[in-house]
Structure formats: structure tokens, C-alpha cells
Design a protein around this ligand. Structure first.
Ligand code: BTN
Length: 271
């Protein structure tokens, strides 16, 4: 593993001093530049001791988005991957995405008073534009599994530098700089995200209460009642989004009034 350059270690020292979390951020890697924090975290062993490790790059050269897309990641954004060694069934994996997006929305509110809206399964919007995306990779090797949760938050950058890639998503990009009118301290923001994530994660593990997470997620979303097109595999489904069930699946009412359950990892566009 290469030795960090000086400004990477200043970043790391400031963050370590600030963090009050028990597990998340216990081990921190910071790079000035990396192809992808997700690839780096995926390449680390599936080892229980790595639970809570975070990998941050000031800039990514080959950032990865969902469904094989590129994630444009210039300097100024928050590009971070978090390793989770799950203590729960892999069927509950969608909750790590919910926990991640709730934590980001809470942290953005804490630091800017901006209310983000959540879009299923894992987008975070401000004024109907995408400010953050979350990518989940699952690594399974023998019995030990590792989840890598990648957070890409357009913080102190211009949306003009990233908008092109989003054409397929029917969404435009925005940034904290543009919505808040100011830059935000990335270290303080990371600290808030990790604190909120640990809070939701511990809560989820201790009472297994997925309903509370689903309810909180629903409060922060304005998707309900909207018409949407969902790509369920190759099949296009049109309908009205009516609810999430307790397993995190999205429920849609189709034109024939039947209810269709959309399981995790479909692509949604609102209309
Ligand atoms: C999406 O397509 O909405 C998810 C984007 C996730 C981007 C983040 S940035 C940090 C981590 N490293 C990557 O290469 N991708 C994720």
C-alpha cells in the first residue's frame, strides 16, 4: 500500500481527531487521487477487522456509478467507500443503502439546513436534481461477506463538469456549492455522515427494526403519488408509486389497478 502524500495525511489526521464513532472510520485511507475508492475497498480482504474502514479519494479517475456507468469525480467532491462486514442476512442489504442515504441527508441538513429528498433505491436529490448517489457492492468469499458502500456526493464542484453522464437517468446533477451558495468543509461533512450512519446501523442491528428505517426513509422522500417508469430487468413498468413495504421493496399501482412489487436494483425515472 503506498504511503500517503502530506496533504492526504493532514486530511486524515483532522478527520481522525474529529471522529467520535465507535467503528465507522476506525481505519481511514485517504488518497489524493485514485481510480475508484470502490475498487480499492473491494480489493481489500473480506476480513472482520476491516469493518468500518473508509477509503476516500480527493479525486477519482475512473469513478464507478450504478449499472456500469461512469461517475465523474473531480476534486472538491466527496468520494468515499465504507466497508461493512454484515451481521445480518444478505437479503437485508437494501437497508445499508437506506442507512447510507438517510445518513447523507441528515448530514447535509445538519451542515447546510438543506432538506434533501430521497429517491428509491439510492439517490439523493435537492430541488429534483441529483446531488448524491450510492453504490453497493457485495463481495462473498467463503462464509465471510463484505459490503462496500460507495458514496458520491457532489459537494464543492460545478454541476457543469458532471452533467453529461446523467443523461440516461432523466435527472440533472446539482452540487452543494450551487444549492447552498457556499463550499462546505468535507471533513466536517464526513464526520456527520459517519456519525449518522453508525446511529442508524446500530439501531438496525440492535432491534432489527427495518420498519423504523423504512418509515424514516419515507418521510424524506416525495416520490409517493408520482407516476414513474421502472425498468424491471428488460421490462418497462409504468405506474404510480404508492408505498415501500417493510422489506424496502417499492410498490407501484399499475393502470389495471394491480399492485406490482419492485425489488431492489431497478432503475426508476419519475414523470
Ligand atoms: C450512482 O450511480 O448513483 C452511484 C454513484 C456512486 C459513486 C461513488 S463515489 C465513491 C465510490 N467510488 C466509486 O467509484 N463509486 C462510488
Amino acid at each position: 500500500m503506498r504511503k500517503p502524500k502530506p496533504n492526504e495525511s493532514i486530511f486524515k489526521t483532522r478527520l481522525s481527531k474529529l471522529l467520535r464513532t465507535k467503528k465507522l472510520g476506525k481505519s481511514i485511507y485517504v488518497f489524493n487521487e485514485l481510480d475508484s475508492t470502490q475498487d480499492y475497498a473491494n480489493s481489500l480482504p473480506n476480513n472482520e477487522s476491516l469493518h468500518g474502514t473508509i477509503v476516500i479519494a480527493r479525486k477519482q479517475n475512473m469513478g464507478k456509478g450504478r449499472i456500469g456507468r461512469t461517475w465523474i469525480s473531480p476534486e472538491g467532491g466527496l468520494w468515499m467507500s465504507i466497508i461493512i462486514i454484515p451481521d445480518f442476512s444478505i437479503a437485508d442489504i437494501i437497508f445499508t443503502q437506506f442507512i447510507g442515504s438517510l445518513a447523507v441527508a441528515d448530514a447535509v441538513f445538519e451542515n447546510t439546513k438543506i432538506n434533501c429528498k430521497l429517491m428509491w433505491p439510492n439517490d439523493i436529490l435537492i430541488n429534483e436534481k441529483k446531488v448524491c448517489g450510492i453504490l453497493t457492492d457485495v463481495n462473498a468469499e467463503n462464509e465471510i461477506k463484505k459490503i462496500v458502500l460507495g458514496i458520491g456526493l457532489n459537494a464543492n464542484i460545478e454541476s457543469s463538469s458532471i452533467n453529461n453522464y446523467l443523461t440516461d437517468d432523466n435527472l440533472k446533477a446539482t452540487t452543494i456549492r450551487e444549492e447552498y451558495g457556499n463550499d462546505i468543509d468535507l471533513i466536517i461533512l464526513i464526520n456527520s455522515i459517519l456519525e449518522r450512519m453508525e446511529y442508524y446501523y446500530d439501531n438496525f442491528l440492535s432491534c432489527g427494526n427495518t420498519l423504523e428505517i423504512v418509515d424514516r426513509w419515507k418521510e424524506k422522500s416525495d416520490m409517493f403519488g408520482k407516476k414513474a417508469i421502472v425498468y424491471d430487468g428488460n421490462q418497462q413498468v409504468m405506474g404510480e408509486i404508492i408505498d415501500l413495504d417493510q422489506n424496502g421493496a417499492m410498490l407501484m399501482k399499475l393502470s389495471d389497478t394491480s399492485i406490482r412489487k419492485i425489488i431492489y436494483y431497478n432503475n426508476v425515472s419519475l414523470h
